[in-house]
Design a protein around this ligand. Structure first.
Ligand code: B3K
Ligand code: ZN
Length: 882
């Protein structure tokens, strides 16, 4: 990200210094209340003898009630609390500091620190500390390289807060006078402050006993409010699967006697891996067939696994500083993706992950918000929980894992955990463990962590018929980073195969070797350009490159449409088959856009028609093959972006495909898929629903009236949310008269189900075209809409500005002005949420001139607004100044 010189103080990676003061033990004692909570903190302080700075503790918006050092009340002259820092004189190594502060959870709308979820009467209290929320709770060196042992005592009214939870093992509970009670928790594992958590209120639980592979008996508790506890069973099963998988795949066992998971409707992110007390956004935890779609089920499983896996990759081994965030996040996303691939279908999972990377990370990396996986500087760390740190970070781990192979990677991970257990580590520690365990120097891969931008990989093949040799020349090109440093060449592993024209894979012989019979291998491009020679190739082959997406790059290869069609028809690797269809669809799109040739368009339609009529292909893969790149991805290929034109072109691309498949065949397929509609979650049933939706959407493009009837009865008869929501979307997009009553019915049926209601808002916000904004404005008046709930904001505003380009990017700029206005209001309530939504302005410079001018004016007005948060200011300045 680019930041203006006048922007709030920048934190730089190069300025890192070890902490001058550490905290050995922390005793926290809370008197919990909704309007006012008071807490005492007792810190045993340790000084780094090589440093001389006075004790400085972070603390934000804290009402200091008392302060004592080594048992003596401190006079006001002995400390200063200003600019979010408490500085205290004359502290010694071994001193004990005791502070008492008052917090106001009920008015904390930022959802950071201690806050109230739900209503004053019925809601509960909880905390969110990562990244820097702990300083909103008490004075502390709030940085991840300060690891301490925590003892936490909670006291509260028994009737209002019957359940009291904190991380660690339970260490006693009892009664207090005045109908109050207490509970204590001791965490034996030293941890950074961002992993602290507490929860207090009226919650119910489901329980499961679990015994770890190394024999520890653990109680697993999932907590939710009474109306939601019936929707936690799927998450509990997913948790158990995750725990077993981590034991089997990485040899990692859980390490406390109890593991709590809590669901809340008021949360800024997906979930949080607090030690022993994970807190989840309800949308990533609750699931039942009536209100949860197949995609959401898989998401719940993935997030449960992700947070659980953090117990080792993040908690036992944490980050030295926030620049190393991808050390825990990239690694944990990779672990989660591998788990999901094992639990479901590996190629489908890879397709999903790469689609997300292209939709979210590539545009981020191509615009003013681009930053390396290890950023060099930030103003507000919460702005760096990005697709680059998470998704690209995971791709980097995947490259390393591919380089080392399954056994080598496991050896490296074992060494990483062994060397760094209990430590706050850096990315160098990760690479050196992986390398040392395998006798390989992986330091060249550090360049991937330091450079922003998606590398372009140019591939050119040349066949020498006389020598039966095929030479593949690879060259890399990466745009100079935002800092204008010339980019270094990166190691790029390219997994490849060669196909004969009849669709057979050819044996790969390199460097004269003929002994081993392999038909897939990995070559690594290490310089700017290199050639690789394959011998004994009988005829000009078609290369299948970057199989499984072996490196996060943009491949530029001079394929003919026929060659792509060959890969689409024959590649045994499901992912690369999909990849060929994506490339071919993008070319077909260009055919339509440029109005010149139609070769790619024809090849794409013909290949898909063949596959459509071939009953052996998996339904879910077929559904994905029938889906061209999305509008955001297509926009990445344009110089002057007109999102509405892109939408129209993509629609006509789909219409051409539908026409080629034919209304009759589509209808027949739909009927066959609909014949045994059910709500079962097995892979076959999910795949059928996925294809059924795709087929219905395609049919809708060429037979509106017929599709309306099918969609209306699918809506009425749907046994679960996947079918119901798909039918509703088709009715809405087809502007069907049945849409309005269907919406009314949905609104009433799910009036008390917040997560289902979110889908009701989102499906309407996503209807393409100029009318979307008016629909969003009307929906803002629905009594269920509120800017105070992040899920609701994402459902209506997020879906509109992020998932509906043809709705948001109106030529008159009304979408931009709407977003800018809402950001000002939202920022005053919840800066993290406002900043995240503001990233929808990313890429405005590449819009065609009229929209660009309108976007610029809206952003300029926003940037000129007084009193914006540090979060929003950093995003707006970065986007605007660039
Ligand atoms: N570590 C948390 C994200 C915290 C975001 C703070 N703004 C969830 C996760 O990645 O697992
Ligand atoms: Zn994470």
């Amino acid at each position: 990200m680019n930041v203006s010189p006048e922007q709030a103080a920048l934190i730089r990676l190069s300025d890192y210094r070890a902490p001058a003061w550490r905290v050995e033990t922390v005793d926290l004692d809370f008197d919990l209340g909704i309007d006012a909570t008071e807490l005492s903190a007792r810190l045993l302080l340790r000084r780094d003898r090589t440093q001389t700075q006075p004790l400085r503790l972070d603390g934000e918006n804290l009402e200091l009630l008392s302060i004592m050092l080594d048992g003596q009340a401190l006079p006001a002259t002995a400390y200063r609390y200003a600019d979010r820092v408490l500085e205290i004189d004359d502290v010694r190594d071994g001193s004990v500091l005791e502070t008492r502060v008052r917090l106001r959870p009920a008015v904390n709308t930022a959802l950071e620190g201690l806050y109230l979820s739900g209503s004053r009467e019925a809601g509960f209290l909880l905390t969110q500390c990562e990244a820097e929320g702990f300083r909103h709770i008490t004075f502390f060196p709030d940085r991840p390289d300060v690891q301490s042992r925590y003892t936490v005592t909670l006291r509260a009214d028994r009737e209002r807060f019957p359940v009291l939870l904190a991380g660690g093992n339970p260490d006693g509970a009892g009664e207090l006078d005045g109908d109050r009670h207490w509970a204590r928790f001791v965490d034996p594992h030293p941890k950074p402050s961002y992993l602290f958590a507490l929860v207090a209120g009226r919650l119910e639980k489901i329980v499961r006993d679990y015994v770890t592979a190394d024999g520890r008996a653990v109680t697993l508790n999932i907590w939710a409010e009474a109306d939601a506890i019936g929707r936690c069973d799927y998450a509990m099963d997913a948790l158990e699967r995750s725990m077993r998988w981590d034991e089997q795949t990485y040899g990692r066992n859980y390490d406390l006697d109890v593991f709590h998971v809590v669901a809340t409707h008021d949360f800024n992110m997906g979930a949080m891996e607090n030690k022993g007390l994970n807190i989840f956004n309800a949308k990533c935890l609750l699931a039942d067939p009536d209100s949860t779609t197949d995609d959401e089920y898989r998401h719940v499983e993935a997030v449960v696994a992700h947070e659980y896996f953090h117990n080792w990759s993040g908690n036992r081994v944490t980050c030295r500083d926030w620049f190393q965030l991808s050390l825990k996040e990239g690694l944990t996303v990779f672990r989660e993706q591998s788990f999901s691939a094992d639990m479901n279908s590996a190629p489908l999972k890879r397709i999903e992950d790469v689609s997300l990377l292209r939709r979210a990370q590539f545009p981020e990396d191509a615009g003013p918000l681009a930053h390396p996986v290890r950023p060099a500087q930030y103003s507000e760390i919460n702005n760096f929980y990005t697709a680059t740190v998470y998704e690209k970070g995971s791709e980097l781990v995947r490259m390393l894992a591919g380089r080392l192979g399954t056994d080598g990677f496991r050896r490296g991970m074992d060494l990483y955990f062994e060397r760094n257990d209990g430590r706050a580590a850096a990315l160098e520690d990760f690479l050196s463990s992986l390398g040392d365990a395998n006798g390989i120097d992986l330091t060249p891969y550090l360049a991937w962590y330091a450079q922003a931008g998606t590398p372009r990989l140019k591939a050119h093949g040349q066949y020498d018929a006389a020598r039966h040799e095929y030479t593949l020349t690879l060259a890399q090109h990466i745009q100079a980073g935002a800092d204008h440093e010339p980019a270094l060449p990166l190691p790029i592993p390219v997994k490849l195969a060669l196909f004969a024209r009849n669709g057979d894979m050819l044996p790969l012989h390199m460097d004269g070797q003929t002994s081993e019979q392999v038909n897939e291998r990995v070559i690594v491009l290490t310089g700017a350009e290199q050639s690789f020679v394959f011998t004994g190739i009988p005829s000009a082959p078609v290369p299948s490159l970057l199989r499984g997406f072996s490196a996060p790059v943009i491949l530029e290869c001079d394929y003919t449409p026929d060659e792509l069609a060959l890969l689409l028809g024959h590649d045994a690797d499901g992912f690369n088959r999909w990849e060929a269809s994506q490339q071919l669809a993008a070319r077909a799109y260009e055919n339509l856009r440029d109005g010149a040739a139609t070769d790619a368009l024809q090849a794409w339609c013909e290949s898909l028609a063949q596959l459509f009529n071939n009953s052996t292909i998996d339904d879910a893969l077929l559904a994905d093959l029938l889906t061209p790149p999305g509008e955001v991805e297509l926009a990445e290929r344009e110089k002057a972006v007109d999102p509405q034109h892109i939408h129209a072109l993509r629609q006509s691309l789909l219409r051409r495909l539908a026409a080629r498949l034919g209304a009759e065949a589509l209808r027949r397929r739909y009927q066959a898929l609909a014949a045994d509609t059910n709500a079962a979650l097995d892979a076959v049933s999910q795949a059928r629903r996925r294809l059924k939706r795709r087929v219905l959407e395609l049919l809708g493009l060429i037979d509106g009236p017929g599709t309306r009837l099918l969609a209306a009865s699918q809506y009425d008869d749907a046994p679960g949310m996947t079918d119901r929501l798909a039918a509703l979307a088709v009715l809405l997009r087809g502007n069907a008269p049945e849409a309005a009553p269907a919406l009314l019915y949905f609104r009433e049926r799910y009036a008390d189900n917040a997560l289902a209601l979110d889908k009701w808002f989102a499906v309407q916000a996503q209807v393409p075209g100029d009318g979307a904004l008016d629909r969003v404005l009307a929906l803002e008046n629905d009594p269920a809409f509120t800017l105070k709930n992040p899920n609701r904001v994402q459902a209506l505003l997020g879906a509109f500005v992020r998932i509906n380009p043809s709705g948001f990017h109106r030529l008159d700029g009304a979408g931009y002005r709407f977003l800018a206005e809402r950001l000002v209001t939202l920022d005053a309530l919840n800066p993290q949420l406002a900043a995240r939504l503001a990233t929808a302005f990313n890429g405005w410079q590449r819009l065609e001139p009229q929209r660009r001018a309108a976007a610029r004016a809206a952003i300029a007005e926003l940037a000129g607004h007084e009193g914006l948060s540090r979060n929003l200011t950093e995003i707006v300045d970065s986007v605007f100044i660039h």
